[in-house]
Design a protein around this ligand. Sequence first.
Ligand SMILES: *Cc1c(COP(=O)(O)O)cnc(C)c1O
Length: 810
Amino acid sequence: MSQLSLEELVDIITNKLETERGKDIKSASDQDLYYVIASIVKDVINPQWLQTQNKYKEANSKRVYYLSMEFLVGRLLESNLLNCGLLDLTTDALTELGFDPEKVYSQEHDAGLGNGGLGRLAACFLDSMASLSYPGFGCGIRYRYGLFEQRIIHGNQIELPDYWLKDPYPWETRKVEEAVKICFGGKVNMFKKNDGSLEFKYEDTDQVMAVPYDIPIVGYQNEVVNSLRLWSAERPDMEPEFLTNRSKRYYHDLDHQHSIDQISGFLYPDDSNHEGKELRLKQQYFLVSASIQCIIRSYKKTSLRSLKHLPDKVTIQINDTHPSLAVPELMRVLMDHERFGWDEAWEITRNVIAYTNHTTLSEALETWPKEMMQNLLPRIYMIIDEINERFCKGIWFDHPELREKIPQLAIIAYDQVHMARLAIVGSFSVNGVARLHTEILKKKEMKDFYTLFPSRFNNKTNGITHRRWLLQVNPKLSSLITDVIGPQWVKSPNKLIGLLRYSKDQPFLEKIEQVKNENKQVLASFIHERTGILVDDQSIFDVQIKRLHEYKRQLLNIFHVIQLYNDLKDNPNLDIIPRTFIFGAKAAPSYYLAKEIIKLINKVASLVNHDKTIQDKLKVVFLENYNVSLAEKIIPAADISEQISTASKEASGTGNMKMMMNGAITVGTLDGANIEIRDLVGDRNIFIFGLTAEEVLNYYHNGGYVARDIYNTDDRVRRILNQLNYGDFGSQDIEFKDIYYNILYHNDPYFVLKDFDAYIETHELVEQAYRDKATWLNMSVTNIAYSGKFSSDRTIQEYASEIWNLNQVL
Ligand SMILES: *Cc1c(COP(=O)(O)O)cnc(C)c1O
């Protein structure tokens, strides 16, 4: 296919338009072209898909199953074209045929089956596993509705359902013949067999069919195609006894039939916030049970040896605790179906499952009411109970020094089931997602577990796929990089370090500047088209794009905007470099303060953008519906990357990595992966400010911070807070009183005021640095050069060698 000429491709497109769409070029729509190009890609990748799967079977190689409740894949056409080497040619062919390639590619609806970083990480990992020829499979849920679509109306967030399957999704293949049955509820009966072993039979269960839909995951120009398997909940075929049944279960069964559709109905839109809803627990068990049944079936098909050897052939990596029912579910299958005794089943399970922790925020730690679990998953609950018994006994006898702490360690305590504890106890690996985060896990949050199981804990700093986040989204920068250091960086992103030799090369820096300017012009016209706001493409593009959360501190950023605005009102001739502040953020629909902050940003934006007296020196843009496709538009144009979470709160961050890779300079706290970025680029090439994690944790522990003292002593802070309270942002009086109250009466839980002064000062340094073009461009190139470490290829190599013991299948 790579030898295809432009003429040949144009021919294939026009033929397919006729045979598959019944159209010619004149009558074809952008959508027709989209489907035709997707079909051409499938013609190329389907044989490779089959070959790859056969190769894995023949080699009987070990496999990794990446279980995740979220996969934030975004669009696939462009990245599939890129990975199979057809992107440039297709773009040319579409242009030749008189179409705008951009418009054709954007016909695809984002697969928004994730909330934010955690789901996007899963998608980047799939890309890296395929590109590095690892047998790695994603397992998730095919939600009919992804993360809500956000509109901003009068400054407020409005949530619309995201019905992403409205048009046929060309990448999925339904495999009804591989469906499995999932059981909920019912009763468990225990029998003692003649040999003394116990047998468990389930009665009156509610059954659901899990039907897989497979999506190809195309490796980068290596002819490897892996799979992402998304499970859909369907009604099982009705059994004859159901149709004739007139018993008391009749209505129960009807009810159940109705509730089945909900299981894969929608993605819960909560990021870092656990809500104990039964439907969510159902979803989690549905994912886990379907995936594990499928894993066991496939093992039995390819391996002739006993399931005792499962750990040699399979690792199940669970993305956060959401799939941690994998522990009792694998135990259940091994004991109840495969007739293993407890000890053997436990040995197998514990060596198959590995757990990634994503947060230490207490509100995000999952627990489920014991009773809910008992009713919904009676057999699973029995198994967890037994795991817990044995675990607690082990502490009592082997670690008397921890006896008093058993209530804080037990998997079931105070009628709650603690999923993180289950995941740690039931796995052979527990990893954090950045160095600081892992240290906090070991020394603070999970200190006692670390004492019990020191060898399980390890760090795997997150990464992003440089193919999508540099090569695909920033073709101009990519080809400039290739011009100076050659194309090897695409296969080996560490080679980006070669750019350092050019970081003071004037002609090269001028080209870097030109690329950034062109990307900014593109974004500026996109902003104009979407919002009507005219932004100066010579201004500094200061970007904060991520979920809206108090700990991420969009509030601190908007306080900086207000501060600059106040400065300009006091002194209209103030000589500042014009700035464009760009925000993108969705708030969980039930997260009141987060939505207030969105409203505040939008109110400040309309005040600032319309105030002629400040002579267009400031613009504030809130782009609605932040998702993968929007991120792809913004990131290549960013000058500044705002990574300003309250230290200790952001486990890693990956937005920071995407922007660094595109030459933005980070303004950040010493949190998450920011620390590792600084360690690489050095203090001169990043702007670090604010409290350290240690200081924050000390304040939480020992007190000593009084937000009101800052309000009382810092005139700037007092002015801003009063502006919130007195309706200065063109809104009603007291409109933002809850933000005001949260800071002054709840003592500013995320240290916005405490870090305010340092943040403002840092931005003054940013401006000074920006004025010196050569220095700024040098910083920018230095960041790109060091960003290779943050390719998810590096992360996946580390998982493969240090956790999975997985080999490439070449
Ligand atoms: C990368 C990404 C995130 C994660 O961003 P953080 O800044 O690390 O929170 C969230 N949403 C989307 C759409 C992304 O692409």
